[in-house]
Design a protein around this ligand. Structure first.
Ligand code: PMP
Length: 429
């Protein structure tokens, strides 16, 4: 096909591994070639061939208010004239730290980094130093970035490519990562019992986005908290996806469970590269230069990223009703697609919480990674391609969440549902 996207992708493959800078973008599990994006505004992405798509990725989460929101755009434009990077302290770092600490009750102190991966790597190093223990527990199908310790039974792109354990991770590193089943307290309790006094931390996505969307059962996160307390391990909530997407105080503000440490990313950079980790002051003060645990970054606290993040967090606190609007949009999409499936006599599973959403092509209720893996990936690929042809850009993998933005209005919901109806009808009748 003679599209510019195809031409660019062919060239990209000669220069960049697989032609992309992050694996899921390559459309490997859904077939076909990726489209190259030229620009993005509000609810829409435009590709290099001039096609428009309703954006249901939102840069994998950051675009809570839609692409290139004018308030964030103007703030970044203004900040640009003051320079791009100082490598020295600047006031906006303090202001965004103050903002995050004021929004999420479990944060007393916070350190900014450049990605979610950096945040999770630093958080487990800190947990190990604080508890003087080596092992961590994660959950099958959760994704915490590409740090070695997390590439064990990982979700997201690693699950999409079918390589949940990556070559290149040494056996000794892998031995220190234990994996439990999400939504199953017994599986965690058994791991604690089998490794007495050895577990530094349990890290969890409190609402999982990386197996596709999986919602914690009632009381499950409180159960994690008490098992961690019982066994002297820290509880780390990886809220890189859920932080400021599920509420203005993270998912911890919704479920009422306070972790010891939390990792953030995505939304707190408003689309620019940022991550953060934080929590109790007595733990965070072990980080250099306050304490001995080393972690640093040339571009950490970058003035453009902190400006965008601060503008985003101010947008949120000035408009807390955004979460109700997003939940109602999520529900409209869910109800619409459910009706379509019902009329076609299909019993597929939809998980939706607020603005996060996954349609799983399985009739099994999806509460953990094994449930998610029962989904028919071939059907997901057909659905993805049908939606793309009809102008809706979904995450190109079954094991991801869709992200609904506030820029998606009634018109876009109608277009998404029309595209879905035509696609499902084409697939099943
Ligand atoms: N944790 C979670 C829960 C994530 O979803 C992701 C990325 N999708 C990461 C960590 C890693 O973040 P980054 O891609 O910014 O390194």
């Amino acid at each position: 096909m003679g599209t510019l996207s195809n031409t660019y992708f062919e060239k990209a493959k000669t220069l960049i591994p697989g032609g992309v800078n992050s694996p899921v973008r390559a459309f490997k599990s859904v077939g076909g070639n990726p489209v190259f994006i030229q620009s993005a505004k509000g609810a829409y992405l435009k590709d290099v061939d001039g096609n428009e798509y309703i954006d249901l990725i939102g840069s994998w989460g950051p675009m809570l208010f839609g692409q290139a929101h004018p308030v964030i755009e103007n703030a970044v434009r203004e900040a640009l004239s003051d320079g791009f990077s100082f490598g020295a302290p600047s006031l906006k770092e303090v202001l965004i730290a103050e903002k995050i600490v004021s929004m999420i009750p479990s944060f007393e102190k916070v350190r900014l980094v450049n990605s979610g991966t950096e945040a999770t790597m630093a958080a487990i190093r800190l947990a190990r130093a604080y508890t003087k223990r080596d092992k961590i527990i994660k959950f099958e199908g959760c994704y915490h970035g590409h740090g070695d310790s997390f590439l064990i039974a990982a979700g997201s792109g690693v699950a999409t490519l079918g390589t949940p354990d990556s070559p290149g991770v040494t056996e000794s590193t892998a031995r220190d990562t234990l994996t439990a089943v999400f939504n199953d307290l017994n599986s965690l309790s058994n791991l604690f019992d089998a490794n007495p006094g050895a577990v530094a931390a349990v890290i969890v996505e409190p609402v999982v986005g990386n197996m596709g969307l999986v919602i914690p059962a009632d009381g499950y996160l409180a159960g994690l908290r008490s098992l961690c307390d019982q066994h002297g391990a820290l509880l780390i909530f990886d809220e890189v996806m859920t932080g400021f997407r599920q509420s203005a105080s993270g998912y911890q503000g919704v479920c009422g469970v306070q972790p010891d440490l939390t990792t953030l990313g995505k939304i707190i950079g408003g689309g620019l590269p940022v991550g953060a980790y934080g929590g109790k002051g007595k733990i965070m003060d072990m980080i250099a230069p306050a304490g001995p645990v080393y972690q640093a970054g040339t571009l950490s606290g970058n003035p453009l990223a902190t400006t965008a993040g601060l503008a985003m967090l101010n947008l949120i606190t000035n408009d807390l009703a955004v979460y109700e609007r997003l939940a109602s949009k999520g529900e409209s999409i869910k109800n619409g697609i459910r009706q379509q499936l019902n009329s076609l006599g299909k019993k597929y599973t939809i998980n939706q919480l607020g603005s996060m959403f996954t349609l799983f092509f399985t009739d099994v209720a999806v509460n953990n990674f094994n449930d998610a893996k029962t989904a028919d990936l071939n059907l997901f690929g057909q659905y993805f391609q049908g939606m793309l042809r009809r102008g809706v850009y979904l995450p190109p993998s079954q094991f991801e969440s869709w992200f609904i933005s506030d820029a998606i209005g009634d018109d876009e919901i109608a277009k998404i549902l029309a595209a879905s109806e035509a696609t499902l009808t084409e697939m099943f009748s």
